[in-house]
Ligand binder design. Structure first.
Ligand SMILES: [Zn+2]
Length: 390
């Protein structure tokens, strides 16, 4: 005879199986759910009643039937609640609110003041989230959680930012700080990881099993998906290819090493290269605008940055054989200006390229990739089903 604990676990497990089928395959009838899950009709009916009661499932009229009564179709109610995704940049914060299917319903972005202390950052985020929440339509579940993408090393299981050199943060318990104000579950991950997840779940990455998302902003981060799973490594801090050495005697980096990729292939590198060529201190946005206006020095600067980024990508392609490379974050706004020298460097430097089906393009979710991926952390945890004790 089964113990009560086992029965409760199985009930929760079955409910999660039915709910996840509805999330990705509705509209669907009770009979179809029974056929596809192998659960008997009585069990399916009882679970569906519960989900309707919780407002996660709606009945939406009748489907077709060859004989007999037409079955009632069920729809996952993606507007039963909302999730918040935060892209914590080095000098900006971008916040999106999505429904339970990852569809964006609101976006906010604001620049960061010089004070980048965790407390200051948390207060700014909480203030913006309160404003956004007030604008949302009413829903049964309301906001169910927040995900945050951070430029640095993150202990995902504890929500701790271990080291974010560009923010000068060490050992910041960010999830606890935010949960304290928001009274919601908060998940924190590296921003390139969330970008990769966003593209995999809701962007062009849906179509492939192996991709690398390169977050090219103030620094460089990489989120790697192999065989449909995010690569976190043994301590959860894999993907720091922005700090792989590409010039052995090169420039000193904020990580303490010399000659890191991000010193040559990031927005910061673009700004420095342009200043070196012209003596002018322009922002990367200004340089990209000058590029469009035909400025030859801007072209030379972006070509240099693209070539270096291509050297980094060539190393990744040779090592991991992805089918898709996505360039995200602000430098992706350079589009073809960046991609052409980058692709050329990959062709020249990676001998495996002729044997691969490799696509290199800018992020399909654009500036929202990181925040959408951060929001997807909440959806992943919320719909994960019961966990067995390890
Ligand atoms: Zn470095």
């Amino acid at each position: 005879m089964k113990r009560t604990g086992d029965q409760a676990f199985i009930k929760e497990l079955n409910k999660s199986i039915v709910l996840n089928l509805l999330r990705f395959h509705s509209p669907i009838s009770r009979t179809q759910i029974s056929v596809q899950t192998g659960l008997n009709k009585a069990t399916v009916s009882s679970i569906v009643e519960e989900l309707i009661h919780e407002d996660l499932v709606l009945e939406i009229g009748h489907g077709r039937a060859r004989v007999g009564r037409r079955p009632v179709l069920l729809l996952f109610n993606s507007r039963a609640g909302y999730v918040v995704g935060v892209d914590l940049g080095v000098d900006y914060v971008r916040i999106i609110v999505s429904d339970l299917s990852g569809e964006i319903v609101a976006v906010r972005e604001f620049p960061l003041a010089d004070n980048k202390s965790p407390q200051q950052m948390v207060e700014s985020i909480v203030h913006a989230v309160d404003d956004l929440k007030a604008e949302l339509p009413s829903s049964s579940l309301g906001v169910i959680g927040m995900g945050v993408g951070v430029p640095g090393l993150v202990d995902y299981s504890h929500g701790i930012v271990l080291n974010a050199p560009n923010l000068a943060w060490r050992d910041v318990h960010l999830s606890a700080l935010l949960e304290n104000y928001l009274n919601l579950p908060v998940y924190v991950d590296n921003e390139a990881n969330t970008g990769a997840l966003g593209e995999k779940l809701f962007g062009v990455g849906k179509e492939v099993s192996d991709l690398i998302y390169i977050s090219a902003g103030t620094g460089i981060g990489t989120g790697i998906i192999v065989n449909n799973e995010l690569v976190r490594g043994s301590q959860g801090i894999a993907g720091e290819f922005g700090h792989m050495t590409i010039e052995a005697q090169g420039l000193k980096c904020s990580c303490g090493n010399h000659g890191c990729l991000e010193m040559y292939a990031s927005e910061r590198a673009l700004v420095q290269k342009y200043r070196q060529l012209t003596g002018l201190a322009c922002s990367s946005e200004d340089i990209l605008a000058r590029l469009d206006a035909g400025d030859a020095d801007a072209l030379r600067a972006i070509q240099t940055v693209g070539q270096y980024l291509g050297i980094g990508v060539a190393n990744l392609v040779g090592g991991l054989n992805p089918s898709l490379i996505l360039i995200g974050n602000r430098l992706s706004a350079a589009g073809e200006w960046l991609l052409r020298p980058l692709e050329q460097a990959v062709q020249n430097r990676c001998f495996t390229v002729p044997y691969t089906q490799l696509r290199i393009q800018t992020s399909s979710l654009g500036r929202n990739a990181c925040a959408v991926g951060a929001a997807s952390l909440v959806l992943h945890e919320y719909f994960a089903g019961p966990q067995t004790a390890a």
